[in-house]
Design a protein around this ligand. Sequence first.
Ligand SMILES: Nc1nc2c(ncn2[C@@H]2O[C@H](COP(=O)(O)OP(=O)(O)OP(=O)(O)O)[C@@H](O)[C@H]2O)c(=O)[nH]1
Length: 306
Amino acid sequence: MTTPADEHPTILVVDDERLNRAALAELLGQEYRVLLAKDGPSALAHAQREAQQLLLILLDVSMPGMSGYEVLRALRADERTAGIAVIFITGQSDDAAEEYGLSLGAADYVSKPVRPAIVRVRVRNQIHLAQQKRTLERLAQIDGLTGLANRRHFDDMLDRAHRRSRRTGSPLGLALIDIDHFKQYNDRYGHIQGDEALKAVARTLQAHARRPDDLAARFGGEEFALLVPGDEGLLQRMEDFRLAVLAQAIEHADSSTGPALTVSCGLVVAQHLEHLNTTDLLQKADSLLYTAKSQGRNRTSVWLQS
Ligand SMILES: Nc1nc2c(ncn2[C@@H]2O[C@H](COP(=O)(O)OP(=O)(O)OP(=O)(O)O)[C@@H](O)[C@H]2O)c(=O)[nH]1
């Protein structure tokens, strides 16, 4: 599995001395994309903007204004930048300073004047570790069977989207989706074929999660979820998705709903989230899903908050 950070590992060099920045850029520029910052505030701005690509920061300790220690503390306090590895570069060579830097969470420590070969190896080691960490983080968010986001990741993203919508007043769309008569499907065609049907529905759902902030997830068993910050056309999209599953014509001879595999959906679009927490939203979507099931399945039940 590759991520943007694997293809373009990015390093940020932060040093108030132009010559030091230039030397490190030259040393590392062949292997990495190197960004430069001359002080703490611009380092933080770079880190926030490039958090997806940025794997490592080489951080000078002594800088006017904001010290490297303060920069590291600010990085750790922001969830977007908290996981970025930092190597301190410093002219101070006493043990206490080194111990202090490492205790703040720096991955490594390099003394000035820098020895190029040593810096190159230390950087390579940290980049390797950072890439492994990102891969594990990605794997921990993915459902192994379908490749969609798993329940844990979905819960995190729902939480985040809910906070954002509360703050901005923008709508939040949430759909829960359940395959109809899936027990009978497994009973007739077997569990392996059942897994293939789950994967087919997952692919169709993913194809309908088009915008960068949309999230298609496996909610559990034969249930899926779609999270859509904003509400642009969500109802239409759910209907398109439901009909696309039907159009795949996956034979389901034991379904009382029809000859092909179908899904039922419960859809909520909420805007005033002061009195609706994430559990309320999920419960609402779940009860709408139940309504869709009890009204005959292969349909979408909707609640649009006005
Ligand atoms: N093949 C396969 N089946 C699964 C998986 N996870 C859950 N299931 C099956 O999904 C079925 C869910 O059955 P029920 O909850 O009774 O629901 P249903 O038969 O779809 O009935 P309705 O929801 O009322 O239409 C069970 O038979 C589970 O074994 C999985 O990963 N693979």
